[in-house]
Design a protein around this ligand. Structure first.
Ligand code: UT7
Length: 321
């Protein structure tokens, strides 16, 4: 038995902030951001929330899959920017959708979150415990970045993407490769609230995203090709047999470097980073859903989805569309 994606959806906040707008907030320029990252603009929330974006993407994915919310058995939201500490975003989305029969929970694997969700859902569906799953990557990273730090605030955007997974006899997920290296957690992190109980009187700053960009860059260009090659080997495929490589949209230069290492033309690495920037856990499902909507995916296409991020975490998934 295989597990396949039967529907996708995406949702972005209405407001678009281009690089020139950001140059009025921090000392930066359209030229620097475009050249170093490939980003031209990002969507930022005004009235939307992580939950509302997640629910919007999920509704479209259900429609695309031809399923009703009540049929969903497993609902996972991958996010690091939940609107509430508790309950989970997944439970709030469950209520908005009316997915009354689903088991709903969040996972935190940063930019690899969607692939971690796929990993979990495939195991549950293959075990026979559930027949389907609704997976959502949703972020409002604009509330986690320090808007005085030009090294990070220009990189991220808000948004959500979703996919419905169901058991399948023929096409679907062929292999996965996934990993974590907690010893490098400090390279990219966001502190929680300081504890101010009567004993701690905790000090500290609010939880802003802090990143050693060059370390993350080096980690990504080294780990992603290895991870993809491992997943392809498990699927018995060579990179030449892949229709599209969908990579986490963090930096165009990272994607170009991976393409070079895999000796594949850049055209097989679709990008929307210029429009959306880095939306963390939402990045892969947004890209997948946009390609699906544009009619660029055909039965039999072989796709590689690969992501990397805080943790450190990484993953790759090979599937037949
Ligand atoms: O989702 C996963 C998370 N993150 C990533 O994947 C990020 C991975 N890393 C990167 O994408 C890149 O390292 C960055 C885009 C973050 C930075 O690019 P870089 O080529 O590594 O630049 P840098 O950090 O070496 O900085 C070069 C210069 C510095 O100035 P000096 O010291 O040379 O005078 C920075 O202060 O660029 C300066 N700089 C900026 N200048 C204008 C840093 N940010 C900006 C900015 N605008 N926004």
């Amino acid at each position: 038995m295989k597990v396949r994606i039967t529907g996708t959806g995406w949702e972005l906040p209405e407001y678009e902030a281009d690089n020139n707008y950001l140059s009025t907030i921090v000392e930066t320029s359209d030229e620097w951001i475009t050249e170093r990252t490939g980003i031209r603009k990002r969507h930022l929330v005004k009235d939307e929330t992580t939950t509302s974006l997640a629910a919007g993407a999920a509704k479209k994915a259900l429609l695309n899959a031809g399923m009703k919310a009540e049929e969903i058995q497993l609902l996972i939201v991958a996010t690091i920017s939940s609107d509430t500490e508790t309950p989970s975003t997944a439970c709030q989305v469950q209520a908005l959708l009316g997915a009354a029969h689903a088991v709903a929970f969040d996972i935190n694997a940063a930019c690899s979150g969607f692939l971690y969700a796929v990993h979990i859902a495939e195991a549950f569906i293959k075990s026979g415990m559930y027949e389907n799953a609704l997976l959502i990557g949703a972020e409002t990273l604009s509330k986690l970045v320090d808007w005085t730090d030009r090294g990070t605030c220009v990189l991220f955007g808000d948004g959500a993407g979703a996919a419905v997974l169901t058991a399948s006899e023929s096409q679907g997920i062929l292999s996965q490769s996934i990993g974590s290296n907690g010893s490098k957690w400090e390279v990219l992190s966001c502190a929680g609230r300081p504890n101010q109980n009567p004993l701690c009187q905790g000090e500290g700053t609010p939880g802003y995203l802090r990143m050693d960009g060059q370390e993350v860059f080096k980690f990504a260009v080294k780990t992603v090709p290895i991870c993809i090659e491992d997943a392809l080997k498990k699927a018995g495929l060579s990179p030449d047999e892949v229709t599209y490589f969908l990579l986490h949209q963090a930096n165009r230069r990272i994607i170009q470097s991976v393409a070079k290492r895999l000796k594949q033309p850049e055209e097989r690495f679709p990008m929307n980073i210029d429009q959306c920037a880095n939306t963390s856990a939402a990045s892969l499902p947004i890209l997948l859903a946009q390609m699906n909507e544009q009619g660029r995916l055909h039965p039999g296409d072989r796709l590689v989805l690969s992501g990397f991020g805080a943790g450190l975490t990484w993953g790759a998934c090979v599937l037949e569309w």
